[in-house]
Design a protein around this ligand. Structure first.
Ligand code: ATP
Ligand code: MG
Length: 420
């Protein structure tokens, strides 16, 4: 037991992992135990929780550590080229294939491949991946020659793969093959006590790197941090810590007498996002009611849902009072699609139907737009925050780059967004 705790500390230092929650420790222990085997590993966790860090850790502690880990973001490869990227192609196998090319599975022979956003792989690619996992065999695009590779697969997803399976988007047999060992990295809101520790560390990093005053928080400010939902998890926390340090502390210079500065909750509040539902309801946080994160999520979801229903009712009443039973009013009374308010991402229709839905909801009426508009709004705000960098937007929102791309396309058609 003692030896294991020393390992844990060593690993946290090596990978700059901050946090003491039992769930995080369990994730590290699981990663370490499986690292030395050749078993595939499935890392699950929301956007920004540390899935990349864990994939590197598993590789570094494996027998393959002398070779480089090969990371592949499945969500960033266009559907049309994903087979050729992963398994290679022969010359002339498609327009533009001017010469043969090795795929990532050939390149990674003897090493580990990190398949990030595995839930984004098309179904036919999933079948080929299953074959590699079971027999170590694959074929290049345009060839019938069976090739062999010795690759260890570490996969990651921030999607609920069970949901993807029930929608027919992810193969059950592949899921069974991948999830023998699952490393679940907890979201920040599930380990609130780690939040101030992480914040403190990122402020220290900032102060050391930039020679600034060191920043600490009042107890109230810490509570404010803990009550935020952190949809972007640790990555978002880093960004807010940097923002707070930049705006609320000063560079150390002969004119600055204080080496430390304490930030109040009011000061901190100025730098926190205030989108709808961004804070966990105070009642669940402060009563010390012993509610589990799942129970808190459920309560939170119900409150958001209730609020939306009240808004809809208000609109209906106003419309009815005006004496006109408008199509909008009638629509507001109709049952809505069942929507999970806690889902990170709604189920993604294919490209064609996505566009159709975009135009269809516009036609249906104002109320039908709410959910879609929220998505567009979130993407637009994130684009502004991230200098229009789509991969950063995808990471921040916990959706794939392909989804960002599709949504932007739809928004462009609706006149909501323009390319610069
Ligand atoms: N426990 C932690 N302590 C300190 N830093 C952490 C911790 N977990 C993650 N980080 C840092 O947070 C950032 C995001 O981590 P990472 O890229 O591994 O997340 P991810 O889950 O792969 O995100 P995405 O879903 O967007 O791909 C990185 O800078 C990483 O070093
Ligand atoms: Mg990642």
């Amino acid at each position: 037991m003692a030896a294991r705790d020393i390992d844990l500390l060593k690993i946290k230092n090596r990978y700059h992992i901050v946090g003491n929650s039992p769930e995080l420790d369990m994730a590290i222990r699981t990663a370490l135990s499986v690292a030395t085997t050749n078993l595939p590993v499935l890392i699950i966790g929301e956007s920004g929780v540390g899935k990349d860090v864990f994939s590197q850790m598993i590789h570094d502690y494996s027998k393959r550590k002398s070779r480089k880990l090969l990371p592949v973001n499945c969500g960033a490869i266009p559907v049309g080229t994903v087979n050729s990227e992963l398994f290679g192609h022969e010359r002339g196998s498609f327009t533009g294939a001017v010469e043969s090319r090795k795929g990532w599975f050939e390149e990674a022979d003897g090493s580990t491949i990190f398949l990030d956003e595995i839930g984004e792989l098309p179904k036919d690619t999933q079948a080929q991946l299953l074959r590699v996992l079971q027999q170590g065999e694959f074929m290049r695009v345009g060839s019938s020659k069976v090739l062999h590779t010795d690759v260890r697969v570490v996969a990651a997803t921030n999607l609920d793969l069970n949901h993807a399976i029930s929608q027919g988007k992810f193969r059950l047999d592949l899921y069974y093959r991948l999830n023998t060992i699952t490393v679940k990295i907890p979201a920040l809101r599930e380990r609130p006590d780690d939040i101030p520790l992480l914040f403190r560390q990122f402020c220290i990093d900032f102060a050391v790197k930039n020679n600034y005053q060191s920043v600490s928080l009042t107890k109230e400010a810490e509570n404010l941090l803990k009550s935020y939902r952190w949809p972007g998890n640790v990555r978002e926390l880093i960004s807010i810590a940097n923002r707070v340090c930049t705006m609320e502390s000063e560079p150390l210079s002969p004119g600055v007498s204080e080496e430390r500065v304490q930030i109040t909750s009011q000061q901190l509040n100025r730098h926190m996002p205030h989108d709808e539902g961004s804070f966990i309801p105070a009642v669940a946080e402060e009563t010390g009611s012993g509610l589990s994160p799942e129970e808190r999520k459920m309560i939170f979801g119900s409150i958001v849902k209730l609020k939306q229903e009240v808004e809809e009712l208000k609109k209906t009443v106003i419309a009815l009072q005006g004496g006109q039973k408008t199509p909008d009013a009638a629509f507001a009374l109709a049952p809505r699609r069942d929507e999970s308010y806690m889902a990170v991402e709604e189920p993604e229709p294919d490209e064609q139907s996505q566009e159709e839905i975009g135009t269809e909801v516009r036609k249906t009426g104002e109320n039908a737009l709410t959910l879609e508009d929220n998505t567009y709004q979130a993407i637009l705000s994130s684009m502004a925050r991230n200098d229009n960098n789509r991969s950063k937007v995808a990471r921040e929102l916990g959706i794939s780059e392909r989804t960002v791309y599709r949504k932007l396309n739809t928004m462009m058609k609706l006149g909501l967004w323009q390319k610069d």
